[in-house]
Design a protein around this ligand. Structure first.
Ligand code: COA
Ligand code: MG
Length: 290
């Protein structure tokens, strides 16, 4: 499992040269360079070339650069993978994945296109069939590059004919099952997008809801969403201090060999020590917050 921060994952249309350039200055942990839904069919070829050129030139620093390809079943998917393989982004995000076999086929296509073993494969969970197949899709991570689930809540709403309000009740079971399946196999879990760019309050509430569900981060559509998202999904100063206290308490000589102790008045077990170590690792991977 990676401790690489994946709090803020910003989509940008591959056909938008200005966005690809602006991304070099944005504080997003992950850049999702899109060749799929945000690119019109007539623009697919140009977008593919623009994204390949941008990845080749680079300049994205420590941001994780992921290219969202078109599905293998479309006329563009194979060419997208081949073009990306030639310039080696950190990984690919594949849409509309519904089975473990599709994960394996995508991974094989990445190998064929020249991707290194360390490259990552992320998949969109955005159809009813994907929700019903979450366990086998996640299990395909064994022996492939699969490393993250990304919720595609706009597509899911359309396919379910759901009308999610601010609380997103129609998605609760799907969101929760996706997090469970991801955790079962050590994958990152990234929440869906919030479409109402101007509604900062609603956006922050949805970030917090995603955090409560267990997501590592959220997909974003506009630079104005980055800072709040980074803040919500980073461990707070209090959480980090508590985690360090738990680690220190278990390391104290008088607690050597103990499975349960009291820290700050609270029962604290080895499972809390494990979680404390994870919180500190995440905080260290994020680094000082400006
Ligand atoms: N990534 C990088 N830069 C972005 C951006 C994004 N997703 N969205 C906007 N910007 C940039 C704009 O280029 C503009 O840059 P500038 O200050 O250098 O001029 C600045 O941020 C302000 O943009 P704004 O005018 O507020 O937005 P817009 O009207 O140009 O674009 C959208 C609005 C929705 C079309 C645009 O935000 C977008 O394309 N978002 C991503 C959509 C997407 O990828 N969807 C697929 C997954 S759901
Ligand atoms: Mg989609």
């Amino acid at each position: 499992m990676t401790h690489r921060p994946r709090r803020s994952c910003l989509y940008m249309p591959g056909a938008n040269a200005k966005a690809l350039e602006k991304a070099k200055t944005l504080a997003a942990d992950v850049l999702l360079l899109d060749l799929e839904d945000s690119v019109a069919p007539e623009a697919k070829g140009d977008a593919r070339a623009a994204v390949a050129a941008a990845v080749k030139v680079g300049g994205y620093g420590k941001r994780e650069v992921i290219v969202r390809i078109n599905a293998l079943a479309t006329p563009w998917g194979r060419e997208d993978i081949a073009a990306a393989g030639a310039v080696r982004p950190d990984g690919l995000l594949a849409p509309k994945v519904e089975t473990g076999d599709e994960v394996i086929a995508l991974d094989d296509a990445m190998t064929e296109a020249g991707f290194a073993d360390e490259a990552t494969l992320w998949v969109m969970i955005e159809t009813p069939r994907a929700i019903l197949n979450l366990a086998p899709i996640a299990a395909a991570a064994r022996g492939t590059r699969l490393s993250a689930f990304v919720m595609g809540t706009n597509d899911l709403a359309k396919e379910m004919r759901a009308k999610p309000g601010a609380a997103r009740a129609p998605f609760w079971s799907a969101l929760s099952l996706a997090v469970l399946a991801a955790r079962a196999e050590g994958l990152s879990a990234i929440d869906g997008v919030y479409n109402d760019i101007a509604n900062a309050e609603g956006f922050e509430a949805e970030c917090r809801q995603g955090l409560e569900f267990g997501f590592d981060g959220k997909t974003l559509i506009h630079p104005s969403q980055i800072d709040v998202c980074n803040r919500v999904f980073a461990p707070s100063d209090d959480e980090i201090a508590r985690a360090r206290a738990v680690i220190a308490a278990f390391a104290a000589p008088e607690n050597a060999g103990k499975g349960v102790i009291k820290v700050d008045g609270k029962m604290t077990e080895l499972l809390h020590l494990e979680e404390a170590k994870r919180v500190v690792a995440v905080a260290e991977a994020i680094g000082p917050v400006s």
